[in-house]
Design a binder for this molecule. Structure first.
Ligand code: ATP
Length: 396
């Protein structure tokens, strides 16, 4: 067989099937798409893992670092400062070059080993003051106050008007007081007045209790006062209500004890803060006390809390108004309010409120839905007995 025969035998009968080729191409493309998708997902996963790794190693490094001490700056020179730790120890420390504009009273972080100042802490963060005061937008309105007409007018004039229309004072050219002192027996509505004016002016209400400032926060009172006013400025318009101001601002014999010095420091800081803001700033102070007789006159000097408003026990007419406020939503049955008011001679607003609550309880105990005149009479007796027991407890 020669070559030409062989060539003849081989028959190239390949038929090109385009349908199969297209299918194969589509399959490959599909596979490609899947691979690309997987790749993108893997890349994303890897980025997430890298990020996790990074934050874990940062966290790990942070955990290995020794904690820094918090201290207060007492005095400072160009690159050195005297700092005081909370335990009272003082150190003369170097200030890190990156720490700028240090002033006495600032809070700083210091390195445990070298005791050098490494960071200044922002005032807002230095003391978590919001945890220690009541910060609120009160809901109490003028309508919820019975009686106290004159007192309400005065508070409106001294606190509400300057906050709402400062331009009026600028035009007339007078300085409204920076704050007021409300004084009178317990439960007569001093806090209520302060809350109502905060509500009517839309101001933030910061409530501080004087005795807590000096008892709970030993060593921190002055700092807390400073921080409260910084907070007040950031939340302005603000009403700072200081209840039991006498605990901080009473005349006392300087017996040289550390507790005494601490109260004095707190008081001095309070005066410095009051002096530090202007008459038309939108921060107002309302202080309250049951003991105006023991107050240090420095707090009520002109330019400070120089408007004194007495909030006394309600007379008969005022007791009626207070009783109406507190019985407004009660389901009463044949209750002679006038008769009750006459029986509550010498009661404060808080005691009148207590009578209403107690009368309500009498009805609930007997599974009634309405409160009767008798319930009120029992409640009045109850409140009188409680008051007498309190007095006995007080005077032995
Ligand atoms: P303290 O000196 O003990 O702090 P306070 O003078 O600040 O007392 P408030 O706390 O304002 O008294 O009053 C206690 C409660 O008594 C108030 O929440 C309110 O329900 C009631 N109350 C007092 N006075 C009045 C009033 N004039 N009208 C209506 N309610 C009153």
């Amino acid at each position: 067989m020669n070559n030409s025969d062989t060539d003849k035998d081989v028959v190239y009968s390949e038929t090109i099937d385009f349908g199969d080729k297209n299918k194969a191409k589509e399959d490959v493309e599909e596979e490609n798409r899947v691979i690309r998708g997987t790749l993108t997902r893997l890349e994303e996963e890897s980025a997430v893992l890298r990020e996790m790794f990074h934050s874990t190693s940062v966290e790990l490094n942070n955990l290995k670092k020794p904690a820094l001490l918090v201290a207060d700056v007492v005095t400072c020179r160009s690159d050195k400062a005297i700092v005081r730790l909370p335990n009272g120890n003082k150190f003369y420390s170097y200030i890190h070059t990156e720490v700028k504009d240090l002033r006495p009273g600032d809070s700083v972080l210091i390195d445990q080993k070298s005791l050098n100042v490494v960071e200044k802490i922002d005032m807002g963060l230095s003391f978590d003051v919001e945890k220690f005061v009541i910060l609120d937008k009160p809901k109490e309105s003028w309508k919820e106050i019975g009686g106290l007409k004159k007192e309400i007018e005065e508070v409106k004039e001294v606190i509400e008007l300057p906050l709402q229309k400062p331009e009026l004072f600028e035009k007339v050219g007078i300085h409204p007081p920076k704050g007021v002192l409300l004084y009178g027996p317990p439960g007569t509505g001093k806090t209520l007045l302060a809350k109502a004016v905060a509500n009517s002016t839309g101001a933030t209400f910061i409530e501080v209790v004087g005795s807590e400032l000096v008892q709970k926060f030993i060593g921190e009172g002055a700092k807390l006062v400073k921080d409260i006013f910084t907070l007040a400025r950031t939340k302005a318009p603000t009403i700072v209500f200081i209840d039991e101001i006498d605990a901080v601002a009473s005349v006392r014999m300087d017996n040289g004890t550390s507790g005494e010095r601490e109260v004095n420091r707190t008081f001095m800081q309070l005066l410095a803060e009051i002096d530090g803001f202007k008459h038309l700033d939108n921060v107002k102070i309302i202080a309250a006390t049951n003991r105006p007789d023991i107050l240090d006159q420095a707090i009520i000097r002109p330019g400070r809390l120089d408007r004194l408003i007495e909030v006394g026990l309600p007379d008969e007419e005022e007791r009626m108004e207070i009783l109406k406020v507190h019985t407004e939503r009660m389901n009463l049955q044949k209750v002679k309010l006038k008769e009750l008011v006459a029986m509550m001679d010498g009661f404060s607003g808080a005691e009148i409120k207590a009578v209403c609550t107690e009368a309500g309880y009498c009805a609930i105990r007997e599974e009634r839905e309405s409160v009767t005149h008798d319930d009120f009479i029992k409640a009045i007796d109850e409140v009188k007995i409680e008051e007498e027991e309190d007095m006995k407890g007080f005077f032995g």
